[in-house]
Design a protein around this ligand. Sequence first.
Ligand SMILES: Cc1cc2nc3c(=O)[nH]c(=O)nc-3n(C[C@H](O)[C@H](O)[C@H](O)COP(=O)(O)OP(=O)(O)OC[C@H]3O[C@@H](n4cnc5c(N)ncnc54)[C@H](O)[C@@H]3O)c2cc1C
Length: 310
Amino acid sequence: MTVLEKSRGIGGRVATRRTRDGLAFDHGAQFVTARGASFGAFLQGASEIGCASEWNPITDPSRFRIATGSTDPALSGPASHWFVGTPGMSSLFKNLAAGLTIRTEVTVTRVDLTEHEVWVDAIESEHGPHRRGPFDAAIIAIPAAQASAVAGHLDGVAASLARVVITPCWALMLAFSGDLQMPSDVLRRSEGPIAWVARNTSKPGRASDITTLVVHASPEWTREHLEVDPDTVATQLFDALPSVVGRTLPDPQHAVSHRWRYAQTAVPLAAPFLEAVNGRVLIGGDWATGARVEAAWDSGEAMASRLLGE
Ligand SMILES: Cc1cc2nc3c(=O)[nH]c(=O)nc-3n(C[C@H](O)[C@H](O)[C@H](O)COP(=O)(O)OP(=O)(O)OC[C@H]3O[C@@H](n4cnc5c(N)ncnc54)[C@H](O)[C@@H]3O)c2cc1C
C-alpha cells in the first residue's frame, strides 16, 4: 500500500503551523472528541504513548456562547472529554503513519482505470508529472470538491460529490509576549466576523512563556473575504477581536493568517463513502457523514473494511 500526500507532512486539517521563531499554532482542528468506540480506543492508545492528551480549557459561561443552529453536540460546549495532539495537533496521528509507505509532495491529479488496474496521475516535487501504478484499488480521502477534480469522471460519483458543501475558514495565528490574562481559554460567537478564539498555549504540552491565540473567522465572513489578501484579513480579524475578548489587546509579536478553502462540512454525503467501479475506487473523508475528525476516522475505517472484504 502506498499513501500519496500533496503536503510535506501528514495530518491534513489536523495541523500545527511551526514558525522559525519556535512558535506553534494548531490552526486547523482545535480538538477532537470520540463518540464511537473505535475512535475512542484510538484516542486512548494515543494518550498512552504521549501523542494525545485531554484538554480542559477554562471557560467563562457568560462568554462561551454556543453557536446557534449548531447540530454537533461535540462542538456545542465545553464537553468533558476534549482531546488534543501533543505537543501539537499534528502529533495526533504520527504513530499511525509508522511503517507505512508515504510519498509526500505528490499531488494526485487523476485516478484512471483499465479493466484490471488502477493508475494514478500526479504532480510530484521530485519527478514533475508522473504516472504511478498499477494498483488493485484506490481510496481517495480528500475534500469532496478536490475528489471531484481527481475522480469526477468515474461513473456515478460527480453528482453525489457536487451535493456536498464544505465551508471555508480564515484562521489567524497571534502571539503575544507574556500572559494576556484572558478570562476564558476558548470563546465562541454565533455573530460577527469571529466564530472561535482559543488560547493555544492553554493546551497541554505547549510552551507557556508566551501567549498564542488561534482565531477562526465565521464561514460567512470567510466566504465574503475568500480572495482578500492574507495581511488584510489578519488586520481585519485582529481589529474585530476586542469585541469578542472584551478588551483591547497589545500589539502581537506574530500575526499571520491562513485560509482553509475547505474547512468544515455543512452538507454531508450522508453515507460512509462513495463507491465507483465495483469498489475498486472508494471516495470518502469527514464530509461523508460530518464535520469532525471522528467522521473522517469512521469513513476511513468503513473504506478499509470494504476493500478488505470485512
Ligand atoms: C479551521 C478548522 C477547524 C476545525 N475544527 C475542528 C475541531 O475542533 N474538531 C474536529 O473534530 N474537527 C475540526 N475540523 C475538521 C477536521 O479537521 C476534519 O474533519 C478532518 O481533519 C478531516 O480529515 P480528512 O482526512 O477527511 O481530510 P483532510 O484533513 O483534509 O486530509 C486530506 C489530505 O489529503 C491531502 N490532499 C488533498 N488533495 C490531494 C491531492 N490531490 N493529492 C494528494 N493529496 C491530497 C491533503 O493535503 C490532506 O493531507 C476543523 C477543520 C478546520 C479547517
